[in-house]
Design a protein around this ligand. Structure first.
Ligand SMILES: [Mn+2]
Length: 338
């Protein structure tokens, strides 16, 4: 049992470089990995009790006003894309120099690509070292395997395969095996540590200047109370819903067999409920690394090269900057690469 007195990330951060963070994330060092996981879990729990700075109410994170955000979409085990983003933005050195810079990850750290654990470890090391500058949201791949909204859930497969009875599994076997490969016999403990963190990650973030960040999409159920304390149905909307130009209201998501398609009217309603002006989300393999819709009120970002390559879509690794200071009502003008 690791006893943690208090999260002490900031103290050691001054001596940490991107190179060291990536090296640490890649080592099969069970002691370091459990220590970081324990510290980050404590930090997230502590953010639920705060009334200033990065704070959380239920599953909703609040990002205070000031500086800029770097926004990163689905990484899906693509460590080289994550390192490319961190290198190009020089995030670590700029934060060490005291710049107000917040990196927001939109979820889906694991699976599909080859380096799930390394991507996860890198983001957790960033949170450990620069806690006030790192927001990690949950994607559908970080839901509990027993959730009806998990991509491998019986519920999901039943939609795709009529007659399928469901595996009844409450374990993510593929991820369990990855932990096993990385950490040997200690697999189940590390697997459990990671899932403890997943369960604490917020489902959405709202910045003080009116930007809503979440993994998939919105519905008419989206408001502050539901983002903070909503049930499985709200979780499904956040994780799986996808915007479509041509529709009004919502229709069932025929591409996924899960969640809904939503139109501009629903986006406006949800943003109004949240006192927000724009939405930045990931989740969807769109036709480019960054796609703006609905007059720049919605932006989809994809930050991994792997899925694009699999789908024979060859695009850049998406990410960019947006102000956390000024009012933003059209992302197509306000979101920029440098
Ligand atoms: Mn997703």
């Amino acid at each position: 049992m690791v006893y943690v007195e208090k999260p002490t990330g900031e103290k050691e951060a001054k001596n940490t470089s991107l190179k060291e963070i990536v090296e640490t994330a890649n080592k099969s060092d069970y002691a370091r990995a459990t220590e970081t996981a324990t510290l980050v879990r404590e930090m997230l729990k502590e953010e639920k009790g705060r009334d200033a700075g990065l704070r959380m109410r239920g599953n909703l994170q609040y990002i205070p006003k000031g500086g800029n955000a770097i926004v990163v979409g689905d990484l899906h085990g693509d460590e080289s894309s994550l390192v490319k983003i961190l290198r190009e933005t020089n995030f670590v050195d700029r934060v060490k120099k005291g710049e107000r810079l917040t990196i927001v990850f939109l979820g889906d750290y694991i699976e599909n690509g080859p380096d799930s654990i390394e991507v996860l470890n890198t983001t957790l090391e960033l949170k450990r070292n620069f806690r006030e500058n790192v927001v990690m949201l949950r994607g559908d791949h970080e839901l509990s395997p027993s959730s009806p909204n998990h991509p491998l859930s019986g519920h999901f497969l039943k939609q795709l395969m009529p007659g399928y009875e469901g595996s009844g599994k409450s374990i993510n076997q593929a991820f369990f095996n990855m932990c096993n490969q990385k950490y040997g016999k200690l697999d189940s403990r590390m697997y459990e540590k990671y899932y403890e963190i997943f369960g604490t990650l917020p489902l959405a973030a709202k910045s003080e200047n009116g930007i809503l960040f979440l993994h998939g999409g919105v519905s008419e159920k989206i408001n502050e109370a539901n983002l903070a304390y909503g049930g499985d149905d709200v979780e499904r909307d956040i994780m799986w819903n996808e915007p479509r130009q041509s529709i009004r209201g919502t229709t069932s998501n025929s591409d996924r067999g899960m969640g809904l398609f939503f139109g501009e009217d629903i986006l406006n309603e949800a943003l109004g409920n949240m006192s927000c002006k724009v939405l930045i989300r990931g989740h969807e393999l769109v036709k480019s690394d960054m796609v703006y819709m609905f007059n720049g009120k919605l932006l989809t970002i994809n930050s991994n090269a792997i899925i694009g390559r699999l789908a024979e879509k060859n695009f850049e690794v998406g990410y960019g900057y947006v102000s956390l200071e000024n009012e933003v009502d059209d992302l197509s003008g306000a979101f920029h690469r440098s």
